[in-house]
Design a protein. Structure first.
Length: 655
């Protein structure tokens, strides 16, 4: 029996819990006076989170540490003065698509997306460099303060982030890799929604470090599972002077938090006990045995027992058992029992129009709850013939709760998948689709180590297969292709070029293969990271010399278009970059309208009061103008008063 506390709440522990939610990396372990461990705040780490300079003063504690960690955290928090420039000529369906492809350093991209996509990404899958000593990592400059970082990021010189080989001769071999990934994962966590999940592929070179790193960033309690994936067959290839061949890679899975959304909850009774079934997302509708059945994959539902039903569930919930409710067992035995060999274990079925009340009944096959394993091993099954990658062979004896196919063959034969040749770490789309099906049926799927574009391809393919409404954001550095990839017949200079073309080709192929399917978005808007649209005088007006004043009348760079300015405004205002954009003429001026009246932008010169009144009459939620575009000082002074009289809810700004 629990005892009453009989004291006021422990506000210290409540504050620690609040800080843990905001800064999980600042929570550590310490020893209480009674010798027992308890949670505490790492104040040095918290000071670093809130500081614009490197903070010294380490104390003895349990933590993952390496040379350069504080500098990496400083880099994660430092602002940048860059922007995303739209590239219509490389995009597909620019005006209608909701997908994004960003070419540039992913650290910069993640920072630029913080306002717009904060807590909006449902799933992240990344396949970062494995730190084998042969691949490349990002070389970030950690030797500067945030002010210097801002200056460099404003492109005042030609020093930028670049890719370098991380050989084992490097004295900071592991440290450089950790410093590269640390700020990117911290920024990625901010983008995940409350029910968001991140999947990270890795091999055993850095798997141990990555697990500790993710425990710090996402919280150890949010580690969901580690998948083990067979990526090649034993004896196929042996590394020189090494009798041990690496056959397995890992996929670490972390959730943003345990605040999962509940879409529908219902109670059903069976033989005197109750359980609760929660549908987390929509299932796939099928006709099985002449009846409409809604099929839920693992991760799309939760079954929770009530306290009075635990013992009964343990007796009933054996592999292949049936939750009959009050429906006829004939339908389950005849039509749904064989489905475990088709769909795999752990699949939930909702049958409509069956039973006395016709409310819909469910059938479940799967392992006993108390013996279910947490991890999943992805491997090949004998029923799959090699090279038939689209054949989803199944095994009724499989203990995994996901469908199996021949992973080792898939990893070896995906180099030309999507119509492009690429050897560098390419992942099969079917492999990524497996995780997409677990994570979401709608929302944003992000990959900021996009490589050849496998994740974007998998998102579009999954949408065609299950009717989902997912969008993708793919980010890739314009890294030069190596000679091995050029040997595959690649006609591209950079990986980002290859990725863009792969997504274009795979989208066109999916459309041709599904001509009668509902409209699926296979387009994407291409953006390229560049220096800010604003001149240096905008960021450092005190450094302008008197002789340069006339040249600084306009604070916008000469080579920038009105559309460039529009998207920097969207980023700064935190407006979705995929919203529809139209152009209209208002009182003789060209005006951008974003999502109807969500935002109106005019960057033309000679703005007068007549135009301002005409625009205010459209009642936009936001309005933005070019600072040098006003016809006179009086117009600039009166513009806010005009909007207050005609459209008082409009937020007005200038650049």
């Amino acid at each position: 029996m629990e005892k009453l506390k009989l004291h006021s709440p422990d506000l210290t522990q409540e504050n620690i819990a609040k800080l843990a939610e905001l800064f999980p990396g600042c929570v550590t372990e310490t020893q209480a006076e009674d010798g027992k461990p308890k949670r505490a705040i790492d104040f040095d780490q918290l000071r670093q989170e809130l500081s614009t300079a490197i903070v010294e003063g380490p104390q003895e504690r349990y933590q993952l540490n390496w040379p350069g960690k504080r500098e990496a955290l400083l880099t994660a928090n430092a602002p940048i003065a860059k922007t995303l420039r739209p590239c219509r000529e490389e995009s597909v369906d620019f005006d209608t698509t909701q997908n994004l492809f960003i070419e540039g350093d992913n650290l910069d991209a993640l920072k630029l997306l913080q306002e717009t996509y904060l807590n909006k990404v449902k799933m992240i899958y990344i396949d970062p460099p494995y730190n084998t000593g042969k691949d490349f990592i990002y070389e970030d400059d950690f030797s500067e303060g945030s002010d210097d970082y801002l200056e460099r990021s404003n492109q005042r010189d030609e020093v930028g982030n670049r890719m370098v080989a991380n050989t084992e001769a490097n004295g900071r071999f592991h440290s450089d890799w950790l410093s590269m990934l640390y700020p990117r994962l911290k920024l990625a966590r901010n983008l995940l929604s409350e029910d968001g999940v991140i999947f990270i592929s890795i091999d055993d070179n850095e798997a141990h470090n990555l697990k500790k790193l993710c425990d710090e960033i996402f919280g150890e309690q949010n580690h969901l599972v580690t998948h083990y994936v067979q990526v090649r067959y034993a004896g196929k290839t042996l590394a020189e002077k090494n009798d041990y061949q690496k056959l397995i890679e890992q996929v670490l899975v972390y959730q943003r938090s345990n605040h999962n959304p509940i879409k529908q909850t219902e109670d059903y009774s069976l033989d005197g006990f109750k359980w609760q079934i929660t549908e987390k997302s929509r299932g796939k509708i099928e006709i099985i045995g002449g009846r409409e059945v809604e099929r839920f994959l693992p991760g799309e539902y939760v079954i929770e027992e009530t306290k009075s039903s635990i013992d009964a569930l343990k007796e009933t919930w054996a592999t292949g058992s049936v939750l009959k409710v009050n429906a006829s067992g004939k339908y389950f035995g005849t039509y749904l029992a064989p489905r475990k060999d088709i769909d795999g274990l752990g699949v939930l079925y909702k049958v409509k129009g069956i039973g006395e009340d016709g409310i819909g009944y469910r059938y479940f096959t799967g392992p006993k709850r108390e013996t279910a394993t947490k991890g999943t091993f992805f491997s090949g099954v004998p029923t799959v013939r090699r090279n038939e990658l689209e054949n989803d062979g199944q095994s009724s004896k499989a203990k995994s709760i996901v469908n199996f196919y021949d992973f080792a063959d898939s990893f070896g034969n995906c180099r030309h998948e999507g119509g492009v040749g690429f050897r560098g770490g390419k992942k099969p789309t079917k492999f990524i689709e497996t995780f997409i099906a677990q994570a979401c049926k709608d929302g944003i799927v992000m990959d900021f180590f996009a490589g050849s574009g496998s994740t974007a391809h998998a998102v579009m393919k999954a949408n065609y297969e299950d009717g989902g409404r997912r969008q993708f954001i793919a980010i890739q550095l314009p890294e030069l292709l190596n000679e091995d990839d050029k040997d595959l017949g690649s006609e591209f200079e950079t990986i980002s070029q290859l990725s863009i073309e792969r997504i274009r080709r795979s989208g066109a192929q999916l459309k041709s293969e599904h001509p009668n399917s509902l409209a699926i978005d296979t387009g994407f808007r291409v953006f390229k990271i560049d220096s800010s649209n604003m001149c240096d005088v905008f960021y450092a007006p005190d450094e302008v010399k008197q002789g340069d004043l006339l040249a600084q009348v306009d604070n916008i760079r000469e080579d920038r278009t009105p559309e460039d300015l529009l998207f920097q405004v969207l980023l700064d205002w935190g407006v979705d970059l995929t919203l529809p954009i139209t152009q209209e003429t208002v009182a003789g001026k060209q005006v951008f309208f974003v999502d109807g009246n969500a935002l109106a932008a005019c960057f033309e010169p000679g703005i007068n009061e007549e135009f301002v009144k005409a625009l205010a009459a459209r009642h936009p939620l936001r309005a933005v103008f070019r600072d040098a575009g006003f016809g006179s000082d009086s117009v600039k002074i009166n513009i806010e008063q005009i909007f207050k009289l005609i459209s008082p809810t409009t937020e007005v700004k200038s650049i």
